[in-house]
Structure formats: C-alpha cells, structure tokens
Design a protein around this ligand. Sequence first.
Ligand code: PEP
Ligand code: MG
Length: 572
Amino acid sequence: MRRLLPGHGASRGSALGRARVRNPHALQVAEQRIRSSEVEHELARLHTAVDAARTEMHDLRTRLHGALAREVGEFLELHALLLDDPELLQGLDELIRKGRYGADYALRLQRDRLAAVFEGMDDAYLRSRMDDLDHVIGRIHAHLHNRAADAEGLAGEILVAETVAPSELAQLQAQGVVAVVTSTGSALSHSAILARSLHMPLVVGASQALSRISDGDALIVDGDSGQVVVDPSARDLRHYRQRLKDAAREQRELDRLRGKPTRTRDGVDIALHANAESRTDVAQAHALGAAGIGLYRTEFLFLQRNALPDEDEQFRTYRDVVLGMSGRPVTIRTLDLGADKADRTGLALRGEDNPALGLRGVRLSLAHGEVFDTQLRAILRASGYGPVRVLVPMVAVREELLEVRKRLKRLTAQLRRGGHEVAAEVPMGAMIEVPAAAICVEHFIDLVDFLSVGTNDLVQYLLAADRNNDALGELYSPLRPALLRLLDTVLRTGREHGKQVTVCGEIAGDAAMAPILLALGLEHFSLHPSNMLELRRAIRGHDRAALLASAGKLLKARDRAGIEHWLKGKSQ
Ligand code: PEP
Ligand code: MG
C-alpha cells in the first residue's frame, strides 16, 4: 500500500528504484542448533556462500575502471583478504562442527567474538577494521540466502539504511545504487556533501524508513523535498516523470547562463569559486566558468584506503587540479580528517569522547608533523604548475597559523634547494569555522593572505549543535543572529585589512541565502559546481547597493523569524 515518508532532502534529484534495506541489526539471528546429521550439509552451505562472496568481489573488482578502480579497489582487496582469513573461517567451521550451530548463527557468534577482540585493541587502525569485517560477514550472510550482497543486486536500487559513511558512497554508486535514504543524519554532514558531489539523490532523517520500508519495495525518492514514496501509485509515477521533465527544462534554462557573468542588477561582479572533491567537480567548475577552486577538500584522497597517499601521488593529484583549472587559482585545503571524516589509514583517532571537539583539522596535521610536511610539499610542488593557495582548516588560535607558516617557509626553501619549482607566491589562508577564530580574526589577520568562512562547522560550534544530529531539529541552522554577527565581523575585518574573504560552507551554494551574504558585503562565494548556475541566476536578480543598505536591519533581527521576515522582503 502506498506510504509517504517524510525526511530531509540532502542531495538533489529524483530517483525511482527498488529498496535495499540495510538493517543495522541484520545479524541478529536467533540461536539455531542443528543435529549431527546436518553438520556436513551446513558446512557445505557455508563454504558455498564464502566461495560465492569471493567470486562476487573478484567480479566487482574487474568491472571497475579508472579512478573508481583505484579508490574502491583497495577496499575490495582488503575484504578479499579477510575472506581468506583462517581465524574467521576455521572459527566458523568449529562452531558448526563442535558447537552444532546453524551456519547463520555461527556467523553471528563469530562476528561477535571477533568484534570483542577488535574493540579491545589499543591500535586505532586495527579497531577501525571492524567495519570491514561487518561488510565481509554481511556478504557471506547474503549468499547463505542465495542473494548477492550487492554486486549484481544493487543496480537500480535505493539503499535504505540507518546511516551511510562518506567512505562507502562512491562504492555504492559504482555498484549501481541510484539513491540513498537514511533514517538519521543531516544535510550538512560530510556524507551529504559527498553525495551532492557524486550527484546521488540523498534523503536523510527519514525516521520511519527502516520500520516502514521492506526489501524490494518500489520507492520514489525526492532529494529536493526529502519525501520518500513507498509503493507509488500511478499518479505518483506520472508526477515522477513530470518532475524529470521539469528538471530537464530547468536545466536547459540554467544552461543559458553558462559563460554569462555573475553580475548583480546594479553591475557589480561577484566571484563564484568552486568547492571540489573530485576530478569531475574540477571539470564541471572549469566548464561553468568558476573563478577558481575555492575549496579543494583533500581528505577525500585519504578516505577509502588503508595506506597514506605518498608525496608523489598527492603532488600528481593536486597538479592535475591546477592544470584542470587552466590558470585560475586553486585553493587546496590541508587535511581535515577527524570527527565524521574518520579514515581507514588510522590517522584520525577513533573512540574520542567528543570527536568534533577533538583531534581534527590542523590539530591532527600538527600532531603528525611528517604527514603534514608530506602534504605541504606536494601542494608547494603543484604551485609550480599554476596559482595555488593553501587553506588551513579548523584554526582556533594564532599559534597554529604561526606554526604552519614556519613549515611552509622551511619546506619551500628545501624544495627549491632540491631543484623543484615552487611559485614565488603561495598565499596562505585560514578557515574561519571555530568561533574563537571568528571573534578574534583581527588578532591573526596579519598572518594570512585570505580567509574562508566554513559556516557548516561555524554554525555547529556557535550553537553547540552537532551538524549530524537530527534530534536537534531546526536548532542547527545558519538563520541565527549570532552567525550573521560573526559573518559581519569577519567580512568587515577582511575589508579593513584588504584581505579577501570567501564563504565556502553550504550556505554559499544556497540561492535563497544569497541576499543575506550580499547584504553583508560578500563578493567571493565558494560552492559546489552543481549549484553554480542557480546561484548566478539569483545574484543577477539582486541589487547589491539596496541589499547593503538594508544590512543594518538584517543584523538587528533577534531570531530566526526576524531573519526570515527580512529575507522574504528580498525574494525575487
Ligand atoms: C565548513 O565547515 O563549512 C566547511 C566548508 O568545511 P567541511 O564541510 O569540509 O567541514
Ligand atoms: Mg569544516
């Protein structure tokens, strides 16, 4: 029967597909004993399932090409190794042979046993292997029931899960998943940012998804409104087709703005830079006429892999981004691992009590000096190929910037001595995403060449509201007077000192927020290329002088309703 489930749209676009439900407790198999006469049969069932999982992974590996093969390949290789692990396999055989358990229950017991071992490990890297073990066990379990875990089954499917990790999204897309619905999570999480970069429709916070969607249900997912329709009616299907047509028409209309300037009605040019994670983003940014890359998130190079990328690999990646932008400036952000961007390399700590307040961003880099130097050397080398700027994430205090500057100076001299070309100028900037840095921006602006405001984190730290916690409802929102006041401080200080200020949080890509940012005097927006034409259209419809003149009123708003009221008066 048709059901309508509400959620929050986190990555735009619509998809029609078949539900693949990933239950967080899929292995809550009830205790299952077998008779001695059934032991051989149960062992054979298990071994067939393990073989099928092995073949499945091998097939998947051979079907991947290009960058995906590199990104996902390592992950699959590790899973193949786990599948051959005698600890796992012999343990299972014993549970069936001696314990007289059915294969499903043996799988669960073995999973729980190994989980306890992993949990007790001191080494963060080894502890992080638990996710991989769960993947492998899930694959075997699926094959026990003659169901390929994903390789063959996922094409055209919509994953319904409690959460989805940034590290698995690319793999899901490679396997043919057309959309994702999660019962928790927020549109500002890194998974959501990555889904937008992959153009994969995503609905988060659909709290009833796991209880009201079953494997195999037909779903229509609307990544704009956040609605999920289960068992769509003929009318829903017609609407869905109409939406696809409307989206194509809207796209054609927006396409006319390609190559047009981003100029306000009163003739002021606004620079639109791109946020990029992948080569596709860079190509798109170039094609849409972005002023440059305003935020290249390097951590995605460190996710989905088990070893750190070395200097040469990083250098080639950054150099290709620089070459891809043909002379337009590329702002490369140093590693911002930690919190929800936990890696597989073991660099980011697991199990911190408060990861968002923990060892992340520049703190993590400074704690791993060699890893940081390797990255800085790779970035400096890339500057030989075109204009590069270095952006430091999560800056809280002046001392951090002094330390990064010192390193840049030392490494530049070292590289030049070694015969490498490093640009005469590699501007360094700070991300403003910690309230202390925003409040005291005046105290360290002398150390930087530019600033970039990361509103995604700034909102979370300012309101003490986790950007991934949907239980906080509307609290996490950029429509807060405290945020506007800080934005005003940072933009004003930047102007006074002649330093460029960019906003690179998700707010910068939201056409509906453009009047606020223009009113506060923002001239440099950095956003995902997929929103660029829409933002260009919005900016072209506004009169900047009139907005600047009403900034005073905006800053007097005492609550969200006040800001919304101001915004309403500015809508086109
Ligand atoms: C931000 O915090 O606004 C930002 C751009 O960085 P990230 O989303 O990668 O944390
Ligand atoms: Mg951030």
